[in-house]
Design a protein around this ligand. Structure first.
Ligand SMILES: [Zn+2]
Length: 262
């Protein structure tokens, strides 16, 4: 019988006494599965491949892996089931602790972003009342106050300048106008943060161009706040937390690196 590796997984042929694999080695499970297709007394299993080739090395690894597994099983046989349980529990606890720690680190970043979520209300264009975004999404970064919502650019009209103004840490590339066609009041500027290209551009809003509709959490009462400076707002605006972005390039590189060359 000549077949692809489809036979190796689960097809039982009791009469089979010889398995020849022709230059194909997937993983250690595959190797074991293929070998045990041959189960009669005096059966044999061979791999035909070039010496020292990728498949040759893989097969050696797979066979070693199987050997290691057999040894582990032998060791386990000598351990009482109580001790075995204890060791499994110990390993499990340490894995859970590890996992919890890494999860907490991730959550710290996210919760600092959300801690001011109790600020309920809207940011509106002061001239026309057009809705610009949620108050809970307003963030401060240096002297800039802006709505940290990816969709914010849909609520404004960008007027890109032909001559960007360069500052120490920022690049101002234009103006942000009210998104309402009949208004087009200048709300602020378009700013690229040189240190944080990934979250750029941001659109810092001039406090005198916007108004805040604050909604009291308990009573649901609305309050309109008009200020000339963001610092004069009767609430604290959270600072922008730059998410800790992990560089995954290495991982992808490694994964790519071990792909079979064919
Ligand atoms: Zn407007």
């Amino acid at each position: 019988m000549i077949s692809t590796d489809v036979v190796q997984a689960g097809l039982d042929i009791p009469e089979c006494s010889l398995v020849l694999r022709y230059d194909f080695v997937p993983d250690s499970i595959g190797t074991v599965q293929a070998r045990v297709r041959a189960r009669t007394v005096g059966c044999a299993y061979y791999l035909i491949t070039t010496k020292d080739s990728q498949n040759y090395m893989k097969e050696l690894d797979n066979r070693q892996c199987e050997q290691d597994l057999k040894e582990v099983l032998e060791t386990w046989k000598g351990i009482s089931s109580d001790l075995f349980k204890e060791q499994v529990m110990k390993k499990q606890t340490s894995l859970i602790t590890e996992w919890n720690e890494s999860l907490t680190k991730t959550l710290i970043t996210e919760t600092t972003m959300l801690k001011n979520i109790e600020l309920i209300g809207d940011v509106l264009c002061r001239a026309c009342g057009y809705l610009l975004g949620k108050l809970s999404q307003v963030r401060q970064h240096g002297q800039s106050y802006f709505i940290s919502d990816h969709d914010f650019y849909n609520r404004i009209e960008e007027k890109v300048s032909s001559e960007p103004q360069e500052y120490l840490k920022t690049l101002v590339t234009g103006k942000a106008l009210c998104g309402s066609k009949n208004c087009r009041t200048e709300l602020g500027c378009i700013q690229v943060l040189k240190d944080y290209q990934k979250i750029s551009p941001i659109y810092p809003l001039k406090c005198e161009s916007i108004k805040i509709k604050l909604i009291e959490k308990e009573t649901g009462k609305e309050q309109i706040i008009l200020k000339k400076k963001w610092k004069k707002m009767p609430f604290t605006i959270p600072l922008l937390e730059i998410p800790c972005t992990q560089n995954n390039d290495d991982i992808f590189y490694d994964a790519f690196d071990i792909l079979p060359s064919d």
